[in-house]
Design a protein around this ligand. Sequence first.
Ligand code: ZN
Length: 147
Amino acid sequence: MNISHLSEEALQKTILEPHRLSEEQLSHLAGCEACRARLTNYRTLFNSLGQAPAAGIDFDLEAVVMRQIAAGRARSRRQHLSIGLVLGSAVGVIALMIWLNLQLLRLTLSELSVPVLSLILSAIVPITVFSGLVVRNTYRRKMRLLD
Ligand SMILES: [Zn+2]
């Protein structure tokens, strides 16, 4: 039995283009439990992605995932809404954490006056709104690319 294990590329090829494997690679796979376990991992991954991406360096996980997102979006508009809900609750949690931090800041730096606090707040709010807009625009651009 050949001692050198199959490369990641060879393992992907085993699933995608099994006819291109050499006799040596096939016989190694038959006798090597470690390589078969790695092969099982690839099978699980490819099955969960629901398609067969190109082998080797060309393997573009992001493109596959984005295709999956597009397919899911076509299946159901409700998923779109649930992404919005997740984003919305994320913004809510972030706002709550900022508020809690401000309360903590107020307790620890009790000499900090209300005008200073409102100054800090007036700096944080535009930054938060701006980052929210950036996230929203990025999300919209990606969704437009999927159409
Ligand atoms: Zn092996």
